[in-house]
Structure formats: structure tokens, C-alpha cells
Write a protein that binds this ligand. Sequence first.
Ligand SMILES: *Cc1c(COP(=O)(O)O)cnc(C)c1O
Length: 461
Amino acid sequence: MDKNGLLRNLPKIDELLKEDKLNYALNTSSRIIILEAARKVIDCYRGKLLKEEIKDYSKEEVIEEILKEINKKSLSNLRKVINATGVIIHTNLGRSILCKEAVKNVMNVCESYSNLEYNLEKGSRGTRYEHIEQLITKLTGAEAALVVNNNAAAVMLTLNTLCNDKEAIVSRGELVEIGGSFRVPDVMRFSGAKLVDVGTTNRTHLYDYENYINENTGVLLKVHTSNFKILGFTESVSLEEMAALGDKYNIPVMEDIGSGTLIDFSKYGLSYEPTVQASVKNGIDVVTFSGDKMLGGPQVGIIVGKQKYIDEMKKNQLTRALRIDKITLAALEGTLKMYLDESLAVEKIPTLYMILSDEKIHEKRAYELSERLKKELNDNWRIRVDKDYSMVGGGSMPEEKINTYVVKIKNSVYKPVQLEEILRKNETPIIIRISKDEIIMDLRTIYDKDFEIIVEALKDK
Ligand SMILES: *Cc1c(COP(=O)(O)O)cnc(C)c1O
């Protein structure tokens, strides 16, 4: 058939909709989406015919293209990706994956009404925080707890409550930027606290804080410099000394520990990351930390500390604006319950498992993935297993390099940057690292169930 004939014969939309396959798509997609997809594909074929980029087509082929387009349109913008980077707490990729129990909790609470603010014992109004406060105090040893939207909010609420129009004394070495534009000095300004930075970048002594204490001092603040380390000639004040200084002058001592782990990673052969329990035990009055970093839960900011300070925060109007919703609450309770048994937590909470699991496990898995790829891919591919390092990420344990195994892949036709793009634009996007002439997939952050998707994404290329 000539060009004009082919153009004239392009299937009509209403005819197409009568086709079984598209009619069947109506079960799962709306009519509008199917119509839009059909129009787009037909327009595309018309364009290609006019430009003589194609010489022929079949109706079946057009229908398949429309089905693909429907599929694309049905995907959510926010969707699953495979994190093959080996950065475990990857802020761009959603930080922590929830454990199964947390997800189950979320489903339960979202598919029905819940007792979010209803006290079932008394049959009267309750508060959303009472569901988890006891669990948090039990795990951390603190007197009281409050949960807000994220740790930035936790810091802001704490400073606003304890230090509005007053001075917060902080070491110059701890005026950090965490990334995603969390800068300690900026957050402090927003909270209404006046920043008084003392000491020097590398050394701050107890007397540096003490010298600046006056009747207008609101808090003594310590910030965990999560994402960098100052090495060499350094000095900082211990938690006990800070707590004692606060006691002496009757000024609350607050600590933002960022990552907020509840388990001591040094027990497992990694570097020590400050635990929440240690800060509480050492007498810090208020401690704030993230829920989706090393804790491995949903995005929240957890505030623990002395009852009187937490009570004041609960009354602060800002708390209403920073409150968490039931989805978050359900996820947090599901996560925290795991910590009642540490052996369960390190097994079931993905973030902890990824950090702590034995490299030998990932060696075996790397060979499994590489064998599957070798079996399915053509001769243009070179695939090998190698040792490498994973990172904790999320500004936590910046120095810790965790031994891991990776699959390294190269192709004689596609350059690494092209492979990166192909994988990134896959229906389930696969995010990888590039090193020289190879792409790298780290098994530590990939699930077994994702092997199939990875193989499919590269097959026939
Ligand atoms: C990550 C971090 C924050 C910000 O926490 P979000 O939960 O991301 O809001 C604040 N302070 C420290 C020390 C951090 O490490």
C-alpha cells in the first residue's frame, strides 16, 4: 500500500475501542486514559508515515503500542524504584524501607476507621500521641516523648518551646548543614532562638559554654555532626559535662542527634553512632532524632526527654501544625515494636538488615544475579562480580565503608551513561552507579525479587 493508503487506513479510534484487548483494558483503566493513549499512538504513526520514518504497520502492532501507552499513563509519578547504588539510607530514594509489620499496620489503619484520637478504655476523646509514647519511653528510658513531622520540625519545636526570644548556646564546630537545606543556624532563627556560637571549629571546652551563660540563656544545645568528622586536634564537651552544666544553672540541655539509633552498632563491628539511650542516661533533657534514618521507620522527628519540657511542647500551637498523621503513626508503631527484641529488629527492619547483614550473603546473591544476566543477555555484555563498599548514607556514619559484593556490567554498544539512562527510564526505574567503563549494582540494597526486573530491563538490548 502507498503512503496515502496507509494514512487513510490508520485505525479509527472508535473502531479500536471495540477491539477485545482495548475493551478489556476498560476493566482496569478509565475510558479517558484509553482514548488519550489511542489518540497519541495514532498521531505518532501518522507523523512517522508523513516523515517516511516507517513504511508499514499492522493493526496488532498499533494496539500493542496503545496498551503500552495505557500502561505508562497508569503509573503513578511517585513509584517504586530499585536502589542499586549501595547507599542504604538514600534521601533521594525515600530513605528507609519500612518493615513488613509496619506496612501491615498502615494497611490496617488506612482501610478502616481507627481509634486515632479515641480512647477505647474510657470511650472518650483520646490523643494521637498516646499510642506510641509509652513504647518510645520504654525503648529509650526517657520520661516522656512526642512525635512530629520530621527531625527538622522536632528541633524547631523544641527550640521554639524552650528558647523563644532567648539564647541558645552551641559550639561553633556543630553549626552544621545536613543537606536538603537543613542548616542548624537557619532552623534556630526560624524557631525564634538567638544563636550564640562558642568555642572554635575544632575545639570547644566546657568553660566556653559557661562563659556565655546569662539570665537570657534558654538552652544549651549539642548537635551531632552526622555527616562529617573533624579529625586531629579536637575537643568537645561530653554529654555528662553538658548535663551537669545545665543542672548547675538550671538551664535545659538539648541534643539533636540526627540519625537516632536505638542499637549500639559498635557491638556489631561498626563504628559507634550515638544512641538515644546514652543521651537520655547521661542526663540530656531533650533529645531529637529522625525516624527514617538509622531507626529504619517512616519520616518523623522524635522528641524524648523530661516530662515537664515535653508537656510544654505538647501545649505549643506549633505542635498542631507539625503533627503526624495516622499513616505515619501506624508505620512508626510497627517499626518500634520490632525494637522490643533487638535480634528481631536487626533481622526485620530493612535499614538495619542492609547495614548489618554479612557480606558473604551478598557475595552469593551477586553470583546469582550475574549468572541470570549471563544466561539471558547476548555476547555484547561483560558481566562480573567484584568486591566493593556500601555506604550508610542519610548523613550517617560518613566514614563507614561496609564490605559488599557488586555486579559490574559493560556493553560493547552502549556506553555506561546510556545504560544508566536505559535503566533509569525502565518501567520500574533502576538506579545504578557508574565507575569508569562499567555500571555497578550493589547487592546490599537490591532485593532478590528485583533480579527479574533487572534482567528484563537489559534483555534484548
Ligand atoms: C538528618 C538530620 C536532621 C534533619 O532531620 P530530618 O528528619 O531530615 O528533618 C537534623 N539534624 C541532624 C543532626 C541530622 O542528622
